[in-house]
Ligand binder design. Sequence first.
Ligand SMILES: Nc1ncnc2c1ncn2[C@@H]1O[C@H](COP(=O)(O)OP(=O)(O)OP(=O)(O)O)[C@@H](O)[C@H]1O
Ligand SMILES: [Mg+2]
Length: 280
Amino acid sequence: MDMVTIGSITEAPGAAGAALPEAPTAVVGAAGAGDTAPPRAPAARTVDAVKVYGRGETEVRALDGVTVDFEAGHFTAVMGPSGSGKSTLLHAVAGLDGLTSGRVFVGDTDLGTLGERRLTRLRRDRIGFVFQQFNLIPTLTALENIVLPLRLAGRRPDPVWVGEVVSRFGLDGRTGHRPPELSGGQQQRVAVARALANRPEIVLADEPTGNLDSRRGAEILSFLRQAVRELGRTVVMVTHDPVAASYADRAVFLADGRIVDELRDPTSDSVLDAMRVLGG
Ligand SMILES: Nc1ncnc2c1ncn2[C@@H]1O[C@H](COP(=O)(O)OP(=O)(O)OP(=O)(O)O)[C@@H](O)[C@H]1O
Ligand SMILES: [Mg+2]
């Protein structure tokens, strides 16, 4: 297997003009254009999404009729108490888990109409996913984990881009380590880097900063925000942290599988206030 060598990766960030990839849709008005910018089609959305686990006595309505748009070129934070359905929603949007009823669209594509093969291809080509539990392969090195989705898709990693991500996440010198040899925070950064390696249109990140100190967390959040502002990507991030949510353009709040509130341009204070009111 012709894995990208660590040498070429660690040298890559120095390369001049490490051109960051363009998103398929241009950034309209970029940051601050908010009110006047024309509305953009959502990058992903759900319509009356219901997910029921179990049945009878043990039935859990993890999603109880969620209709939500994730606007293209926006950074959305998904918040809510433990068990409110945040991960379930993210998994449904990524097509990792089917709904009991309702629909999920990525762009114009109704995921419910896709067979397994086309769904897999859509996930590989258009979506980057950061799992709450990282889901790294313990027998592969950090770098091999990062480029794995590309390898599976039969695509060649762009060493400049991968190097940029590795370096920005402070993983230089760690790329040859396997996950059990990495700290929790390093594993988390590898998981985020892996989600970005294929330059996806949409990044779905389930608590990507949950295990990080504030400096490392801020680096990842800044990078995600930059991917939105400068590259026109769409980011949907689950978080419990009001400071993390303040990096987003919008925060939506889930409780018991329903959307119960929403904030535009959240600040950590406005998020805290909303959490107090919602009892989260
Ligand atoms: N595979 C499953 N089988 C049965 N119940 C499940 C399953 N996955 C999730 N649930 C239940 O669905 C509900 C929503 O779970 P989910 O993981 O989406 O919550 P969450 O908001 O992400 O919570 P947390 O903040 O703790 O990660 C919970 O009550 C959970 O127990
Ligand atoms: Mg969760």
